[in-house]
Design a protein around this ligand. Structure first.
Ligand SMILES: Cc1cc2nc3c(=O)[nH]c(=O)nc-3n(C[C@H](O)[C@H](O)[C@H](O)COP(=O)(O)O)c2cc1C
Length: 370
């Protein structure tokens, strides 16, 4: 299939602006001590401080990381790993993919402006709920841990239910200096003050994911955004290439130096955040032959945004330029072609405009009297 030319090549992209921000210390020790289910994890704060501390104190952005003392691959005997591999059904072989693709229209590469419409229901009133929604359809209850339920069922259910998910393309270095790049959609920004992200690493046969290991070893990374025109390269990055084959070379993505961390930025990304590890939480030590799963919390120490995609103050990223890709269920991805706006509302402004809201206050007052 012929694709229309990209609107920008990596070489002709406008430069990126570097946005620096002073961050405050987060200590997570007390948080961990409060957790009831952490008995299996021996905390080693001193070791972790060494892990991230040298770099963080150099940049005056202290980081305190806590992680498991266990080894990276918990039950990694060769036999257990090969049995785990045989049962590992996360990656869909998609045998009939080419056939399905043949009947589909081509991707619209025209970069047509994103349409801004009115909201779905402009006449919605307080208390209206979801007009027209059939609430007689029952819900099915599912026990994620039922004996006859495979974990892959939970995987398929969750990635199709919790959608769309943004993709963070994460660049790390190993402690031996090796470079790594991989996409993650168990990924989200969770706060802006301090700018904080989380990334989830799933269990897989054998050793834990390189990104997960590198984050624990070096305590830093660059998180890069994924735009529509990057998705094939990003998907290629996730191929299970033999050790030593460069994911940068496989994808053809271009490296750019970061300012604070050792890992490289992805030049094609409209926005990148250099980040340091704040916390590592091991979710499970991995079943037989499987690696441990975990979540890493990261705080940004530097932002980069492409010059043509931001305003003078570096306060926004233009959606027309970002063209973000969302991951959906199965093998599906989504794009943003249409948006609408919905202002946030304040009670004081609303209660005087809405009889229904005013009545709710009166009912509350009446109930108090009774
Ligand atoms: C779009 C996309 C999103 C992904 N999201 C995740 C994720 O959130 N968590 C995860 O463990 N693996 C995820 N993967 C799979 C990893 O990218 C893949 O296992 C990769 O090879 C890990 O690389 P590493 O071992 O170099 O870290 C995703 C793959 C793709 C293509």
């Amino acid at each position: 299939m012929l694709r229309s030319p990209r609107t920008h090549s990596p070489h002709s992209q406008p430069p990126h602006t570097l946005i620096s921000r002073q961050l405050t210390l987060i200590s997570t020790e007390s948080y961990f001590h409060r957790l009831p289910n952490m008995n299996s994890i021996r905390l080693r704060p001193a070791w972790c401080r060494n892990l991230a501390g040298a770099r963080c104190s150099r940049h005056n952005t202290p980081t305190h990381c806590i992680t498991s003392s266990r080894n990276s691959s918990s039950s990694s005997s060769a036999a257990a790993v090969s049995k785990a591999e045989a049962n590992y059904k996360i990656i869909d072989r998609a045998a009939d993919f080419e056939k399905k693709q043949a009947s589909r229209p081509p991707f619209d590469n025209s970069n047509a402006p994103i349409l801004v419409t009115k909201q779905p229901n402009p006449t919605w009133q307080y208390g209206d709920g979801v007009p027209g929604r059939d609430l007689t359809i029952p819900h099915r209850q599912i026990d994620p841990y039922a004996a006859d339920r495979a974990m892959v069922d939970n995987y398929k259910l969750l990635i199709s239910a919790i959608a769309p998910r943004p993709i963070g393309l994460i660049s790390t270095r190993g402690k031996d200096g090796s470079k790594n790049l991989a996409p993650f959609s168990y990924f989200q920004v969770v706060d802006h003050d301090p700018p904080t992200f989380i990334v989830g690493f799933s269990s897989r046969p054998g050793a834990e994911k390189d990104t997960f290991r590198n984050l624990q070893e070096t305590g830093e990374c660059v998180i890069n955004t994924v735009s529509e025109d990057m998705i094939e390269a990003v998907n290629a990055v996730a191929v299970d290439a033999p050790h030593g084959v460069s994911e940068w070379a496989i994808s053809g993505l271009h490296e750019a130096p970061a300012a604070v961390v050792q890992a490289s930025r992805v030049k094609e990304s409209v926005f990148s955040a250099e980040a340091e590890v704040v916390d590592v939480k091991v979710l499970g030590e991995g079943k037989s032959g499987m690696s441990k799963a975990g979540v890493v919390m990261l705080k940004a120490v530097r932002f980069w945004v492409r010059e043509d995609a931001t305003d003078e103050g570096g306060r926004t990223v233009d959606l027309e330029k970002l063209r973000p890709i969302a991951q959906l269920g199965g093998m599906a991805y989504g794009r943003v072609k249409e948006t609408f706006e919905l202002p946030r509302r304040r009670w004081v402004d609303e209660v005087v405009k809405s009889e229904r809201l005013a009545k709710m206050v009166n009912v509350r007052e009446e109930t108090k009297k009774d």
